[in-house]
Design a protein around this ligand. Structure first.
Ligand code: ASP
Length: 346
């Protein structure tokens, strides 16, 4: 009898162990809150970035990450954390959003932004504004204080004024470096070298954030000046809900950066959430699959993804993406070049 029970005990224990394993959460740790940010993807190499510049970018990323983390650690909402991180980067001339935005063909700065609340799937966006200091706040106001989702140009500016958002002289946004990039782009076009916008400004510099708060709510936001030399009222993916930004508590929150035309055609942000929701893919797997699909069409860029369980993932097909992530479990890192992340738990 004893022999018989021992004979049965081993497989029963093994089966119970397997059940426990299957019931365990997919992630190694389920953080109470988590946040990821990006400051654009593009062609960049450690050899071509001096130590001082690198330190400046890392400090700027850390500051934005800290601002968002603070909100979440104090029990604030994912929406407030996303806004806290993005508004800091919009004021930083190193990034292509707010101050430091790229110039259009006509030599002005035109801003695009969008935001989405994963709890309600409420969303707001604006495009082509020239005098709103924080386009991400305008996107949020569109979401919260208008019956619409997407406003453009003069109308969006008028709405911003009515909402009491801060308006600035358009000169506030311009930097010498971005103007030189426009000059180079125009010169190349004049010489009919057919040089692409990417060859001129090889890093995108758009900013974005995704977060999950302690109530399990997700939010995502993105803000950009677009691409150097854009004209004819060109709109990229950043202000388009589903392409540049998406959030859905059932699956994930995504913010994208890259060659907007390709991100629009592959509906990158919503596609990642759809794969996670319907195929059960992780943030990392879904992000990489959709970036590969977008890249196969000829585009490039990257995404930050927060899963409903608080997982954070980066996926990009460029040589770098300014990025950072933090969570309530002590994860806290910023990185620039490919392969640099310490905690590859995603
Ligand atoms: N995605 C942006 C656009 O196409 C550019 C960027 O990410 O920097 O407008």
């Amino acid at each position: 009898m004893r022999i018989l029970s021992q004979f049965f005990a081993a497989p029963v224990l093994a089966f119970a162990g397997l059940l426990l394993l299957l019931a365990a959460p997919a992630s190694a740790h389920d953080p109470e809150w988590s946040i990821a940010i990006h400051g654009g993807a593009g062609t960049m190499s450690p050899e071509r970035m001096d130590a001082e510049t690198r330190a400046e970018y890392e400090a700027a990323l850390q500051a934005a990450l800290d601002a968002g983390s603070k909100v979440l650690a104090e029990g604030g909402t994912a929406m407030d954390a996303v806004v806290a991180a993005i508004t800091l980067m919009e004021d930083d001339p190193k990034f292509n959003a707010g101050r430091g935005a790229v110039f259009t063909w006509d030599g002005v700065n035109e801003h695009d932004a969008s935001i989405m609340d994963g709890r309600t799937r409420d969303a707001g966006a604006s495009t082509g504004t020239r005098n709103v200091r924080h386009p991400i706040l305008l996107a949020r106001a569109v979401m919260e204080d208008s019956p619409h989702v997407f406003l453009s140009r003069e109308g969006a500016e008028q709405f911003a004024a009515e909402q009491g958002l801060e308006l600035v002289d358009p000169a506030w946004f311009g930097t010498d470096g971005r103007r030189e990039a426009l000059d180079r782009y125009k010169a190349a076009q004049m010489e009919e070298q057919g040089m692409s916008q990417l060859a001129i400004d090889t890093k995108f510099g758009t900013v974005g954030a995704v977060a999950r708060d302690s109530n399990g709510n997700l939010a995502a936001g993105t803000s950009t000046g677009g691409m150097t030399g854009k004209r004819w009222g060109r709109i990229g993916d950043s202000p388009i809900i589903g392409s540049g930004t998406y959030a859905d508590n059932r699956a994930c929150a995504v913010s994208a950066t890259g060659w907007g035309e390709y991100f629009i055609r592959t509906n990158v942000a919503a596609e990642i959430c759809a794969r996670m929701r319907m195929k059960g893919e992780s943030a990392k797997v879904a992000g990489e699959a959709v970036i590969a699909e977008m890249g196969a069409l000829g585009g490039n860029g990257g995404v930050i993804v927060a899963g409903a369980n608080g997982d954070l993932a980066f996926a990009f097909d460029t040589t770098g993406m300014y990025r950072g992530r933090a969570d309530s479990e002590g994860l806290n890192e910023v990185a620039i070049f490919a392969g640099e992340d310490g905690g590859e738990d995603d």
